[in-house]
Design a protein around this ligand. Structure first.
Ligand code: FAD
Length: 510
């Protein structure tokens, strides 16, 4: 039987077994696992679900070949295993992504180094998926590659996903299993009593209404903001680790302008950092950078990052000659990295960290790929404090390999085949989406603002020129009809979305 989940602030219970703060991949993974325990679980997210770092990643579900180079063996092994598991259980949402790394005479990494690294990678993944190809074959596979001094390439397999959609699936599967998840609900304070954290002070971001909710255990999965939520009164326990927020930015180009057929990875000619480009949702996704991010830095691709990325591209694909004017969009995200004191940001560990106090567990760092591992570690720690939160063995959610079921669940497929209109079944030109996906999201996926729909329920705002401006009248009209907006709200949402897109996603700064 499907349980009825609470979807409004006013209907919240006075207390829960577990409250999770943060609706990114970490919080979503925890609530997804916790929902299986039968305990009462609440997740709260101050913005939209996945509106933090978890919609701004490189979208790779990968072991991270480069982490091997930094000696992070455990992280790589864990990630490769998780990648394989997610390919099996989330086919259609997490998909195989072939990679090619060209090798050049006299340049790093050498063929021997790469092959040794990939042999370890393959061994960890339990498959022999990597091999060497000749220079002629590499150019046949990717004709745009720089050909001078090309010795050949290695090819291997990893995986990619739609990061925001993965978060949304986990959250909606959890709510279908009885958990409660609210977006636009902020935790202003951790409540403490008798030397332990006992709940949270919540605020409905849209109405401003506040209330307190009790919990046996509170988990802080607030990403780069996790340090801001310390218990207000004295509770004994380990403090949150210092974070080193590192920004990473990406550019998206039309695939016709940067026609790659697989992921191509190489080292940037300036500093030897790994960068890559791959076909994602019909465009070429290119990144990324790794730079210190101050709290007052704008969350967008900076001019310096843009120059760095374009320089790297020109070196590896000399004939494509792309500028920022050719890009469709950009995005930037901030990695919640635990500060390790390294001078090179890219040498900082990507492992997750946990800290705790009575009634309270904090978790940060980590990767999108390893969300299940992190979730289980957190719940094991939570169960020590409150045994009903113990992780259940086995899986509860059915594996699927169709794109639409993997993204929206089987009810969507059924609806599209029975109740949807002919218009719903029409494709949105130049994208992998159909109009029905927008209507479904508006009906069932807690859309509150236009950017929720265009940047996370779908990624149309990143894939279409000018954030999909040409479609805004129709899409805002759909929102007005289905969400009950009046004309003023529709106008305000449209203007707000265009401003947000210009500030965060326009490739060229106005
Ligand atoms: P977030 O996604 O930031 O979620 C935290 C949430 O908490 C936010 O949505 C925030 O709004 C909310 N919050 C904060 N304070 C409050 C509050 N007071 N009340 C309520 N809610 C609150 N990993 C991979 O595996 N593969 C990759 O390819 C990859 N590429 C990356 C590329 C870049 C550029 C970056 C930045 C990261 C990348 N990562 C990748 C890492 C991965 O994206 C992050 O580790 C992961 O998304 C972090 O998730 P999170 O849930 O901890 O944080």
């Amino acid at each position: 039987m499907q349980m009825q989940s609470v979807s409004s602030f006013d209907a919240l219970s006075p207390s829960y077994d577990l409250i999770v703060i943060g609706g990114g991949i970490t919080g979503a993974g925890i609530v997804h696992e916790a929902a299986r325990s039968g305990a009462s679980v609440l997740l709260v997210e101050q913005g939209d679900f996945a509106s933090g770092t978890s919609s701004a990643s490189s979208k790779l579900v990968h072991g991270g070949l480069r982490y091997l180079a930094h000696g992070q063996w455990r992280l790589t092994l864990e990630s490769v295993r998780e990648r394989n598991q997610l390919l099996r259980s989330r086919g259609g949402l997490v998909e195989r992504q072939p990679f090619l790394m060209p090798v050049y005479r006299g340049a790093k990494p050498s063929l021997a180094t790469l092959r040794a690294g990939l042999a370890v990678y393959d061994l960890m993944g339990g498959q022999w998926a990597s091999r060497r190809v000749s220079a002629a074959r590499a150019l046949q596979l990717e004709p745009g590659l720089r050909s001078d001094d090309l010795l050949g390439a290695v090819v291997y397999d990893d995986a990619a996903t739609d990061d925001a959609r993965l978060v949304l699936r986990l959250i909606f599967e959890a709510t279908a299993a009885g958990a409660t998840a609210l977006n636009y609900t902020r935790v202003n304070e951790l409540l403490c009593a008798d030397g332990r954290v006992c709940g949270v002070a919540l605020q409905d971001v849209d109405s401003g209404t506040s209330r307190e909710v009790q919990a046996r255990v509170v988990v802080n999965a607030a990403g780069v903001e996790s340090g801001r939520l310390a218990p207000q009164t004295a509770v004994a326990g380990a403090p949150a680790p210092a974070l080193r927020p590192l920004r990473g930015s990406h550019l998206l180009f039309p695939l016709q302008r940067l026609p790659v057929t697989r992921a191509v990875g190489w080292l940037h000619s300036r500093d030897g950092r790994p960068i890559f480009v791959y076909p994602w949702q019909g465009v070429a996704l290119y990144g990324t950078t790794d730079v210190d991010h101050a709290s007052d830095d704008p969350l967008r691709l900076s001019r310096q990052e843009a120059e760095y990325l374009l320089e790297g591209l020109a070196h590896q694909f000399p004939s494509v000659r792309l500028t920022l004017d050719d890009a469709l969009s950009s995005y930037a995200g901030v990695r919640p990295i635990v500060a390790g004191g390294k001078s090179d940001p890219s040498a900082e560990s990507r492992e997750s960290a946990q800290w705790s106090a009575p009634g309270y567990i904090g978790v940060t760092g980590g990767k999108l790929t390893t969300f299940r591992v992190t979730a289980r570690q957190v719940l094991r720690a939570a169960a020590i404090q409150h045994p009903p939160l113990a992780v259940r063995a086995g899986k509860t959610f059915q594996a699927s390999s169709s794109r639409s079921i993997a993204r929206y669940g089987s009810a969507f497929d059924q609806w599209l085949n029975t109740d949807a209109t002919a218009d719903d079944r029409l494709d949105i030109a130049g994208t992998p989406y159909c109009w029905g996906e927008l209507r479904w999201a508006l009906l069932h996926e807690r859309v509150k603002h236009l950017d929720d729909l265009l940047l996370r329920r779908t990624r149309l705002g990143l894939l279409l020129p000018q954030g999909g401006e040409i479609l805004l009248p129709r899409i805002a009209g759909l929102c007005q009809e289905m969400l009950g907006w009046d004309a003023a709200r529709r106008e305000a949402e449209t203007t707000g979305y265009i401003q947000l897109w210009q500030q965060r996603h326009a490739p060229v700064q106005a």
